[in-house]
Every structure is written in structure tokens, then in C-alpha cells.
Design a protein around this ligand. Structure first.
Ligand code: CAA
Length: 405
């Protein structure tokens, strides 16, 4: 019976911080040729967190425009996917459950596997809804990517949140059951609990990413012969905008040299590259938002591209450490009607650039660990509307909401 139930993405919301820095200016400041970051890495700007936001408030803000009262009554699970957790015990989704007013008999929990965890959450949610088609699951992917000042990964930081509502009314994209996953215990990027910043083997991480992609393509073709030849776009986890292109190029060479074959695959790389370029438009402006990145790429393609309804897309999810998954999504006929295009464009337009000096002085302040009152009796100036972190009292976090004036 469950074979006939379509499940997938009904709504997608996004939040990005109000501040950004220009990477060309940061490169000049560091004595690096700006082209290395704009051309070589493929990034233009990088989102910078403000003090009144954290992963919880960003996640709640990503849900703000998309959830209506009916959704809040029907959501059974609030899954928070992050590698920027605030607490080893209490899940960030417990705050979100309260802030958004989700019905009380829902479960809220947090999951982690580097940048892969949002995809794990989507698959858990899809299976849950396949068995209970009248219920919904909300997934919040929220992260702050920080490597440290002057670190090798400095140009590949970012911050933001994506919210994804999974239901049996997939107005945007159906999640098919065609999927293959891969686990390989490795140290390409990891953050032990005692460290504020991750450790990264940069070159190894990019190679492992590409190897994982190729292995998944081969296994996918073994299990579902001919399915890959039908996809009109391949979407990638995007730590920086050149990363997926490197993987796509490797696939192209391997196919041309006959190291891999895909049944029925004619040379449609022109279309794949064209769609790839549409998928990186938002990421180039925002940077790496870790587990939300693949879905920021999906949103970018759906808004900036012109894929027809019923097109199939392949999604490659990668989380260092490492776990990866390749699965197929099918677009709904009228998917464009259900994207919050104006909101996303507004979020990008409303940002303010900050100087490199402010970035260095403020951004790398440690997260508060004890009682602090940030904005009690005072609202954040830059935030037009939404949730913000108001204070931490006796190690407990409190959030507030700023109404639109
Ligand atoms: N003009 C144009 N291009 C230039 C240039 C110039 N003046 N100078 C250098 N370049 C090019 C280089 O040729 C290179 O391009 P190719 O890779 O196509 O050859 C590119 O710019 C980057 O140069 P380097 O490799 O020398 O850069 P780097 O040593 O500073 O490191 C990085 C790059 C490894 C990605 C580093 O930023 C990093 O460690 N980032 C964090 C880790 C990461 O993002 N890994 C990705 C896979 S892991 C993952 O996906 C999970 C996750 O989210 C972390």
C-alpha cells in the first residue's frame, strides 16, 4: 500500500543572517589574490552571524513564513539537523517546538552526521509519512560554519538555516525510494567536543567527497540500472561553489574514458552544467551552511532555473567523517507556485556589508557560556521581523519575537 503514497517536500523556508562580508576584500586583507577565492573556490560573499541570533533562532525564523496553523496541528516530529549544537543533552528542536506552537504530542530531537544529517532526517521523515500519510514532519537544518581567523578554510565559512516540511502532499518535490548510502570512517573534517573549531584535512576532504560521489554513482547504477540517465540535474552538497563542479567533471571524465557506464546515458553534460550553475547562485552569496547546503542548492536551482514539472533530479549529500547518500527527487508539476521566491530575494537584499575589522573583532567572540542579558527590553536593530536570542540566565537560553513595524 505504501508504494502508492507519494511523499516529499511540501514547503521550504530559509533564513540567513543580516550581515555579510565581501570575500575579495577579505582576500586582499589576507594578502591573497582575490581570484583564488572568487574563481578558484567560487565564492563572492559570506554570511556573518549577528549576536542576537543562534542556530535555534535562525531555525525558527526559517519556519516563520512556511508553517500555518494546520501544519502546526499535524506535525508529529520536529527534527533539528546540525553540527553546531548548543547543548550535549537538550535538543535545539525543543525550543523550536515551543516558539512555533507545534501541537504538544510531537517528538523533538536533534541529529548529527556533519553536513549529511538533514538528508538522514528527510529519509526518516519520508518513511514516517509513508506509514502515516495524514501526518507531517518538519526538519530544520541550521548551522554556523567557522574555521577560525586566517585558517585554511576561512573562505568557506557561512551561516544560515533551511526548514523543510515533509508530507504526503509534496507540492515541491517527491522523495523517491531510490537511494544509496555510504559510510567510511575517516578524518577529513571533524570537531572533537573540546574544540571551538573543526580540524580539517582540506585536500583529503575534497578527494573523499569526489570518491564518495563516484562510488555512489556506480552503486546506484548497479541497483537501479538506467535510472540515472533520466535525471535533468545533479545537486550537490556545496561547501563552496566549485566543489560539486569538480565532482561532476570527474564523472564526465570517467564516463568518457569508459571507467564507468550508465545505461541509456547520452552526453547530457551541457544540461547538467547549466543546471549546476543555477544551483550555486545562492550559495556563492551565503557560503557553507553545512547540513542545509544541499537544500540551499535545491532552492537555488528551483528558483533560478527552468526545470519542467515532473523533472527528476539526483541529490548528492555528503557529511565528512564520512557518510554520503545519493537519491532521486521528482519535481511536482507546479512546483514554482510553491516557492517563497520573494522572501528569499528579500532576505538577500536586506543584508548589510560589514567591514573586515568588525568581522575580526566581533565574529570570533566566543559563544557566551554563562548568564548574559543581550537585548532585554531592547529589540535587535537590524532584524525586521522574527525570533532572536534575548538572554541567557543561569545557563538557560531565552528567545523573543520582534514584530514587523
Ligand atoms: N586565481 C584563480 N584560481 C586560483 C588562484 C588564482 N590566483 N590561486 C589558486 N586558485 C585555485 C586553485 O587552482 C584551486 O583550484 P582547483 O582545486 O580547481 O585546482 C582553488 O583555487 C583552491 O586553491 P587551493 O586548493 O590551493 O586552496 P586551499 O589550499 O586554500 O584550500 C580548501 C581549499 C581545501 C577547499 C580549503 O578552503 C578548505 O580546507 N576548506 C574547508 C574544507 C572543505 O570545504 N572541504 C570540502 C569537502 S568536505 C565537505 O564538503 C564537508 C564540509 O562541508 C566541510
Amino acid at each position: 500500500m505504501t508504494d502508492f503514497i507519494k511523499v516529499g517536500i511540501e514547503k521550504i523556508g530559509i533564513y540567513i543572517p543580516e550581515k555579510y562580508i565581501d570575500l575579495s576584500k577579505l582576500a586582499e586583507h589576507r594578502g591573497i589574490d582575490p581570484l583564488k577565492w572568487t574563481e578558484g573556490i567560487g565564492q563572492e560573499r559570506m554570511s556573518i552571524m549577528t549576536k542576537d541570533q543562534d542556530v535555534v533562532s535562525m531555525g525558527a525564523n526559517a519556519c516563520l513564513k512556511i508553517l500555518d496553523d494546520e501544519d502546526k496541528k499535524t506535525i508529529d516530529q520536529v527534527i533539528f539537523a546540525t553540527e553546531s549544537a548548543l547543548d550535549f543533552s537538550k535538543a535545539s528542536s525543543t525550543y523550536i517546538h515551543k516558539l512555533l506552537g507545534i501541537q504538544p504530542f510531537a517528538k523533538s530531537y536533534e541529529i548529527k552526521q556533519a553536513c549529511y544529517s538533514a538528508t538522514a532526517a528527510i529519509q526518516v521523515a519520508a518513511d514516517y509519512v509513508r506509514l502515516r500519510p495524514d501526518r507531517k514532519v518538519i526538519i530544520i537544518a541550521s548551522d554556523i560554519s567557522k574555521y577560525g581567523l586566517k585558517s585554511s578554510g576561512e573562505a568557506t565559512q557561512g551561516a544560515g538555516a533551511i526548514a523543510i516540511l515533509i508530507s504526503s502532499n509534496p507540492k515541491i518535490m517527491e522523495i523517491t525510494k531510490e537511494s544509496v548510502s555510504l559510510t567510511e570512517n575517516s578524518f577529513d573534517f571533524w570537531r572533537p567536543s573540546y574544540s571551538n573549531y573543526p580540524f580539517v584535512e582540506g585536500k583529503f576532504s575534497t578527494q573523499l567527497y569526489i570518491d564518495s560521489f563516484i562510488r555512489l554513482i556506480e552503486e546506484f547504477e548497479n541497483r537501479y540500472p538506467g535510472k540515472l540517465s533520466k535525471v535533468d540535474a545533479l545537486l550537490f552538497h556545496l561547501p563552496f561553489s566549485k566543489m560539486g563542479r569538480k565532482a561532476l567533471k570527474t564523472l564526465e571524465s570517467k564516463l568518457k574514458e569508459g571507467h564507468i557506464s550508465i545505461e541509456g546515458f547520452s552526453d547530457n553534460f551541457e544540461k547538467l552544467y547549466e543546471n549546476y550553475d543555477k544551483s550555486i547562485v545562492f550559495g556563492k552569496e551565503i557560503g557553507n551552511i553545512y547540513t542545509g547546503s544541499l537544500y540551499l542548492g535545491l532552492l537555488s536551482l528551483l528558483i533560478n532555473g527552468d526545470l519542467e514539472g515532473h523533472s527528476e533530479v539526483g541529490l548528492f549529500s555528503y557529511g565528512s567523517g564520512a557518510v554520503a547518500e545519493l537519491y532521486i527527487g521528482k519535481l511536482n508539476e507546479n512546483y514554482k507556485d510553491f516557492l517563497y521566491r520573494e522572501d528569499i530575494e528579500y532576505l538577500l537584499k536586506r543584508r548589510n556589508e560589514i567591514s573586515i575589522k568588525d568581522y575580526e573583532n566581533e565574529y570570533f567572540d566566543d559563544q557566551p557560556t554563562q548568564s548574559q542579558h543581550f537585548l532585554e527590553n531592547e529589540e535587535p536593530k537590524d532584524l525586521e521581523e522574527g525570533y532572536y536570542l534575548e538572554k541567557i540566565v543561569e545557563d538557560k537560553r531565552f528567545y523573543n519575537f520582534k514584530e514587523k513595524i
